[in-house]
Each structure stands twice: as C-alpha cells, then as structure tokens.
Design a protein around this ligand. Structure first.
Ligand SMILES: Nc1ncnc2c1ncn2[C@@H]1O[C@H](COP(=O)(O)OP(=O)(O)OP(=O)(O)O)[C@@H](O)[C@H]1O
Ligand SMILES: [Mg+2]
Length: 512
C-alpha cells in the first residue's frame, strides 16, 4: 500500500496524518526531556519509537496522553490542532495509551480495572458486575488470555497484568493506540499474540505507536521507525530501510561493537546445588548445580516456573521439598536474610515494585541494602555512597541529573540500572538475575553483559533467567529450559544452538 510521503505532509494531495506532534518541548527541573520533537502517525500504520533509556519516549507519549502539558509545540488530530489538559481529553480524541509503568489498581479485580470509569450500571445505579465479568472474559479471550475476571490484579503475574492493560486500552474506541514497552514481561509466544493483535488494529485503520528496545520486534512489527536521541529527533526510517547497525548508530550516536561480548570464565568448584526443589504447582522438582565462573541460563515460557524457582532458592517463598547446598554444605534458607548471609542475591524481574523507593533519592536507594558496608557507626557515609554510585553511574551510563534526584523521576530503564547497581555493589557469591536486561537500551545492555562477564571472572556463579533467547544463547555457558515446573532439557553448547532448539524444549517436553 502506498502511504503518503512523510517528507511532504502538507502537499496539496496528501490527506493530513491521523496524528501529528510538532516541535514538542517539555522540561523538568534540571532536565530538558523533549527539545522540539516531531512525530507523525498515519492510519493503519505501526510506528516504532526508539531511543536510549532517558531519550524522552515515555515523556512524549505522556504529552500525547494528556498527562503532561508541553511547554511548547502542538498536537494535531486529522490536521486539527488539539490541546489535552487531562488524560480524559486525550482519550476522548481517540488516543489510548498503555503506559510503561502499568497503571492498574492492584486492589481491584480484573473486571473492575477494565471498567474503571465506565462502569456498567443497572437500575438505581448499581454496578452490573455479572455483565462486566462476561465482557471482561470476552475481551481477554479476544487476546487469547484466560483470566478470572474476579481475580485481584495484585495476584497476577506481570505478564497477565500487561494483557489486562492491553484489553483495557482496546475496550475503548481508540483511533491511535500507544504501547510503551508492552512486551517487557511477555514470553515469545505471548509476544506473537500481541503482534497478531497489532496486525488486527492496523487492518481496522487504527494507528499504533510501539516502543521497544528489542530489535527483532521492531523488524517484525514496524512500518516505520522514528528515533529519539537526548530529547530530539535523530532520524526516521521506513520498514524497507531498517538495519540494526543503522538504528543503533542513530540511537547511540556511534556504532556499537559486539551485541553479546561473551567471555568464557574459568570454571571452578560447584558452588550452588539444588536438588528436588519443589513448591507445587509452579515448581515440581528442580535439580541443577552451578560452578564458580559459570553463567547458567534459565529460560522457558512465562509461567514455566523460572521466577518461582529463583524465589525458592532465595528463601522468598517456602519450599515444599528439596535441598540447597552451598559450597558442598547443606544449608537451611528460610528467608531472604538467610540467603543474603550465605552470599546469594536475587535481582527480581519486577524491579519497580520490589526494588526501589521512588520518593527517595537515587543515592539513598543505591545505599539501602549496602548500609552495613558503607556506613561508619550509626551514620551513613554519604560521601562514600556518592563516590561508589558515581562509578556505577559511569559504568552503566545511568542518566540522572544528580545523586540526590528522586528515583521516581528517572526513566524506566534508568531506574532499573539503579537497582542493578545497588545489588552489584553487594558482596555476593551467587547472583540470581531475573530478566537482567528487560527494558534496558542496546548500549546499556552491553554494559550489563560485561558486568555479568566480570562477575563470572571473579569466580561467582550467575543464574541468568531470561525470555530473550538471543541473550541466553549469546551470554550463557549452559542453558536449562523449564516447562511446567520442571527442567525439560539442557543445552550444553549455547554457542551452537538455535532459538528453535530452546523453543522445542520450552513448548513440549514430549516433543523434545
Ligand atoms: N516526572 C519527571 N520528573 C523529572 N524528570 C523526568 C520526569 N519524567 C521524565 N524525566 C526525565 O526526562 C528524561 C526522559 O525520560 P523518559 O521517561 O521520557 O525516557 P524514555 O525514553 O522513556 O526512557 P526508557 O527507555 O528508560 O523508558 C529523563 O532524563 C528522565 O529522567
Ligand atoms: Mg520510557
């Protein structure tokens, strides 16, 4: 299909774009997040918005969604200038935004969240919850998701919450749908389902803005790519012209070396052994051993029991059966405190909820688990904290105006880097990493891989739980694949294996 040339939108023949943002400027104290950004979205098109952590992607979408008032610039819908003072006004104009930080209300049920603000009522204003439950089930079924409409959102996994959020966005009559890192918590199969949904939206003439750090997804789903760098437009590409190197260069401002800078460390003695670890129904007898210097990949579909396995090792949940040995000695881990004392740390996948105190400064967050190490007597040594943090800020390219900035004002990816820094600073022997690079931009990913290399080289054992198969194959020494709470298979030479090899094991152990 011929789309109007985006370089001459105002030529007489071309109809106005579905959505246009022109010269958008938005500043926060100490940061000019957007510095004159343009964006155009056509009907039935999927536009990918890319850029490093902190480039301004989410801020631009919050301006579109009526969350922030821009300092300058204009928004046009069908060529008509519009101003959105509140999210409701943006919604009424047909714009539906799924924000990076999901904004479901944890204490409400799935159905209540879906119908928030547009409750179905019967006579006398009572909410018709049976009707809502039925509709909720239908909406979710359309997405291929089976969830109890009466389940409270806080009991769902991050992936399930993501689908509820998508269902909520689609339930209103939208002309443009924005998805800010929608796949961060989804497995391969769920991502495919989402792409089917996006194709359906495009077919109905709806425009989609899609934000992701995953290049494979962009190649699969985008018709056009707009790249932001430091709050300004860095370039634009059409689907036919996409090349990884080019996009990365545009995003980072320089070419990137190796995507997976794997260095094999020398393997030492067995450090951690788990045997028959179980907590049915999620974990049903998991056994493996990790040696010093080893990076062990653990993958599988969402719900296969990977995160739950890590939580059992860490003592975050009580195990029903099984034993854990550290350095050949059987240990009793009843709480995360016990685990930490034994030199085991867990970086959770849901870093936002479990990792940061958003109202506190970046420095304080960095120091929180490190108090015993950096403090002298009862006083926190702020200078030492600041110095240590500065080193990580540099190594991980954390974009933050200063160490005293509240953690909550950082971009999503930069918040994750702070949590990473905080745990890496801790003396640990066994590092359990749950989705270490989720939501992290390409440049910083490489830095995290280098850190993983360094941990291994220092003789630590690293468990890398990840749904990103290229990353698992590129960085692990060995890969375990989980299926329905058990280890379905092992890949001993990831360097030579393919994503299909993993998927076969992950989908169906009988087929393997
Ligand atoms: N509410 C806020 N207060 C202060 N600064 C903010 C606020 N929101 C965003 N910023 C700053 O604006 C810049 C752009 O952030 P934004 O969240 O738009 O980045 P992003 O491109 O979405 O990054 P990511 O890939 O990490 O999600 C960052 O420097 C961030 O710290
Ligand atoms: Mg963002």
């Amino acid at each position: 299909m011929a789309s109007p040339d985006h370089r001459s939108p105002r030529s007489a023949a071309a109809p106005p774009a579905l959505l246009e943002m022109r010269g958008i400027v938005k500043s926060f104290p100490g940061v000019r997040a957007l510095d004159g950004v343009d964006l155009r979205l056509h009907r039935g098109e999927c536009l990918a918005l890319m850029g490093e952590n902190g480039a301004g992607k989410s801020t631009l979408m919050k301006v579109l969604g009526g969350v922030y008032r821009p300092d300058a610039g204009e928004i046009l819908i069908d060529g008509v200038p519009r101003q959105f003072a509140r999210p409701a006004e943006s919604q009424a104009a047909g714009i539906s935004v799924i924000y990076q930080e999901l904004d479901l209300i944890p204490q409400l049920t799935v159905a209540e969240n879906l119908f928030l603000g547009r409750e179905r009522t019967r006579a006398f204003g009572f909410v018709d919850s049976r009707d809502e439950a039925r509709d909720t089930r239908d909406q979710l079924a359309k997405l291929g998701v089976e969830l109890d409409p009466d389940a409270r959102v806080e009991t769902l996994t991050v992936a399930e919450q993501q689908f509820v959020e998508i269902a909520k966005a689609l339930a209103v009559d939208a002309r443009a749908v924005v998805m800010d890192e929608p796949t961060a918590a989804l497995s391969q199969r769920e991502v495919e389902r989402l792409f089917g949904i996006i194709d359906g939206l495009k077919g109905r003439g709806i425009g989609v803005v899609y934000i992701s750090h995953r290049m494979e997804e962009i190649e699969r789903v985008a018709d056009r790519v707009t790249v932001l760098r430091d709050g300004a437009g860095a370039g634009e590409l059409r689907a036919g012209e996409l090349d990884r190197g080019g996009i990365i260069h545009m995003m980072v401002g320089r070419p990137l070396e190796a995507e997976f800078p794997k260095v094999k460390a020398e393997l030492g003695e067995v450090l951690l052994e788990v045997e028959g670890l179980a907590r049915p129904p999620k974990v049903r007898g998991v056994s493996f051993a990790m040696r010093r210097g080893e990076v062990l990949g653990l993958t599988g579909l969402v719900g296969a029991g990977r995160t739950e396995t890590a939580r059992l090792i860490f003592g975050a949940d009580a195990k029903a059966a099984g034993s854990v040995r550290v350095g050949g000695r059987e240990v009793s881990i009843r709480s995360p405190r016990d685990a930490v004392r034994l030199g085991i740390c867990l970086l959770t996948e849901d870093r936002k909820r479990q990792g940061l105190v958003l109202g506190r400064s970046v420095r304080e967050n960095f120091g929180l688990p490190n108090l015993d190490r950096l403090s002298r007597g009862p006083f926190v040594d702020e200078a030492a904290e600041r110095r240590k943090f500065a080193a990580y800020r540099e190594a991980l390219a954390i974009r933050v105006p200063g160490a005293e900035t509240p953690a909550g004002s950082l971009s999503g990816g930069n918040q994750q880097k702070v949590v990473l820094a905080k745990w890496l600073e801790r003396e640990t022997e066994v590092v359990l990493f749950d989705e270490p690079t989720r939501g992290i931009d390409v440049g910083a990913k490489v830095e995290i891989y280098r850190l993983i290399n360094r941990l291994a080289a220092d003789g630590k054992a690293v468990l890398m739980i990840s749904s990103e198969l290229p990353e698992v194959l590129g960085m692990a020494d060995r890969v375990l694949v989980m299926h329905e709470g058990q280890i379905a298979g092992e890949i001993t030479d990831p360097g030579r294996a393919t994503q299909e090899d993993i998927l076969k094991l992950a989908m169906d152990r009988d087929a393997a």
